[in-house]
Design a protein around this ligand. Structure first.
Ligand SMILES: C[S@@+](CC[C@H](N)C(=O)[O-])C[C@H]1O[C@@H](n2cnc3c(N)ncnc32)[C@H](O)[C@@H]1O
Length: 271
């Protein structure tokens, strides 16, 4: 085992591994700021709400972007929020810390204060399996936004999303992230996904995270946003890296996508 590999199943922290392998909060915060500015003639969003925030690392990055930026992170899970306080918020400069607020609650219950942007990432809204419930979440987001405020939901799909498989993604830090599509029901679109981690010493952290979701489609999300009253509902589709089939992290507005085996996109609406 190389000396540089500090992670093993015994010593690693699942939230740290998740942040390293799943999230890109620096890019995401800048992305939301840019898209908002572009659609508001250069005016900046200041108050950002991160729904299903987990460890709230995105909220932290939002607050770091500008001295007037404020973030509110909402999550049901107290221990996860505590982890975020201890490991993310406490590492910010005191002045920045003051501009990040965490709320332990169901996202369905929170409609104030009114914010400029709401982002629900890594498909977390998929815990709402009934159309009625996801619809009421999207309506509650609508209520929570200032006029002109924007909602961003990411989505994933493609034929590979419905295949039971484990995808191994080696990380620069010396461990493997494993995305496990464990169960899928074509009748209900119920899907169970798990995250495992594997380490260079051969140890494994199985079932670090398990998600029981519904796999929602882009038309369904766009319809629900439109029904909730959102204007200019549209899809931002990820481009493909030349020479590989991988996503390149560049999202462009489209009205037509490609039948890729696996894709990621954002559905965006404005109040
Ligand atoms: C997939 S993680 C997302 C973490 C992070 N936002 C990200 O983008 O990677 C899902 C999070 O949603 C939270 N959660 C699930 N249902 C919720 C609800 N109804 N209201 C608020 N948080 C919820 C869980 O506690 C968990 O931290």
């Amino acid at each position: 085992m190389p000396k540089t590999c500090k992670y093993t199943a015994r010593t690693a922290d699942k939230h740290e591994l998740y942040q390293l392998s799943v999230q890109a909060p620096e890019n995401d915060s800048k992305f939301f700021a840019r898209i908002y500015r572009k659609s508001h003639d250069g005016e900046a969003a200041r108050l950002f709400r991160e729904d299903f925030c987990g460890t709230a690392i995105l909220s932290c990055e939002w607050a770091k972007l500008h001295t007037e930026n404020q973030a509110i992170g909402i999550d049901l899970d107290g221990p996860t929020l505590d982890w975020g306080r201890k490991n993310n918020i406490s590492k910010l400069k005191p002045k920045v810390q003051e501009r990040v607020k965490l709320v332990q609650d169901d996202v369905l219950n929170v409609t104030s204060p009114k914010v400029d942007i709401i982002a629900a990432l890594n498909f977390s809204y998929s815990v709402f399996k009934e159309r009625k419930v996801l619809g009421s979440y999207i309506k509650s987001c609508y209520k929570s936004l200032k006029p002109g405020g924007m909602l961003f939901l990411d989505d994933w799909g493609g034929s590979e999303a419905q295949v039971l498989q484990e995808e191994d993604r080696p990380q620069d830090e010396g461990f493997d992230y494993v995305w496990d599509q464990d169960a899928f029901d074509p009748v209900t679109h119920d899907i169970t996904c798990k995250i495992h981690f594997e380490f260079e010493d051969g140890s494994r952290l199985r079932n670090a995270f398990t998600y029981h979701w519904r796999l929602w489609s882009l038309p369904e999300l766009q319809e629900l946003m439109t029904e909730a009253g959102f204007q200019d509902v549209h899809v931002l589709w990820e481009g493909t890296e030349k020479g590989t089939d991988e996503g390149n992290g560049v999202f462009r507005r489209v009205t037509k996508g490609e039948p890729d085996l696996a894709w990621i996109a954002y559905v965006v609406g404005t109040k």
